[in-house]
Design a protein around this ligand. Structure first.
Ligand code: 13P
Length: 248
């Protein structure tokens, strides 16, 4: 099964209007062989969507309710109106900082899909969990508990992001990445059958221009979710190029 590679940037809490030039430069550099996307702060979605041309712009979170008394939250319909085509859900920073549970992540993914957004659902173990030999159990448990009802590759991708690899410059070995992605796909197969073969499983955590070919070339790795190295075209385009080179 040949899955297209997807390279998505997660700008986290970075980005002002002054940075829209980077969005334009990234958008101009995406080759036909790969899919790319940029998930920016809520405040930058409309501006980025205007600047991005064919490059899909996304959010980094969404509320699970359509509307209501949820001060400071943003609904899926609001994201769509602002110009978003996708959203991340379940990022480990939100699971840790905002105490988001698997059940909430599942509900967020379902709300996003209902509004017509694509979804990148994040999973990943902490260092303590890996050191305790629990990494696969934790991650496949997150898949089982947060996978939205009706999950389909038409709108859902997963991103395996080991918490200890995010922003640290550390990455798992290629063998560990391949093993985890294989375990995630096996769990998906259990849950959604043959559809599992079509679902893109991205790797995230300290991806850069130097390690992208090795990480994206691993078995069952269908792209990358990139934080720090997605903030400028200079750093992000080489990762997109790496994905394209593996698709030619
Ligand atoms: P870094 O690429 O900065 O390690 O961040 C990864 C990440 O959390 C993307 O969602």
């Amino acid at each position: 099964m040949m899955r297209r590679k997807l390279v998505a940037g997660n700008w986290k809490m970075h980005g002002l209007k002054a940075d829209l030039g980077e969005v334009r430069a990234i958008a101009a550099a995406v080759p036909a062989e790969v899919d790319a996307a940029l998930c920016v702060p809520f405040t930058l979605i409309a501006g980025a969507a205007d600047a991005a041309g064919a490059l899909p712009i996304g959010a980094q979170d969404v509320h699970q309710s359509d509307k209501g008394a949820h001060t400071g939250c943003i609904s899926a319909a609001m994201l769509v109106e602002a110009g978003a085509l996708l959203t991340i859900v379940g990022h480990s920073e939100r699971r840790a900082d905002q105490h988001e549970t698997d059940a909430q992540v599942k509900a967020k993914a379902e709300a996003a899909q209902k509004a017509g957004l694509r979804v990148i659902l994040c999973i990943g173990e902490t260092l303590e969990e890996r050191d305790a030999g629990l990494a696969e159990q934790v991650v496949t448990g997150q898949v089982a508990a947060s996978l939205p009802d009706g999950a389909s590759a038409d709108w859902l991708a997963l991103a395996y992001e080991p918490v200890w690899a995010i922003g640290t410059g550390r990455t798992p070995t290629e063998a560990d990445v391949a093993a985890m992605h294989g375990a995630i796909r096996a769990k998906l197969r259990e849950l959604i059958g043959d559809e599992a073969e079509r679902v893109q499983i991205l790797y995230g955590g300290s991806v850069n221009g130097s390690n992208a070919v090795a990480l994206l070339g691993c078995e069952d790795v269908d792209g990358a979710l990139v934080g720090g190295a997605s903030l400028t075209a200079e750093k992000f385009v080489p990762i997109i190029e790496a994905a394209a080179s593996l698709s030619r």
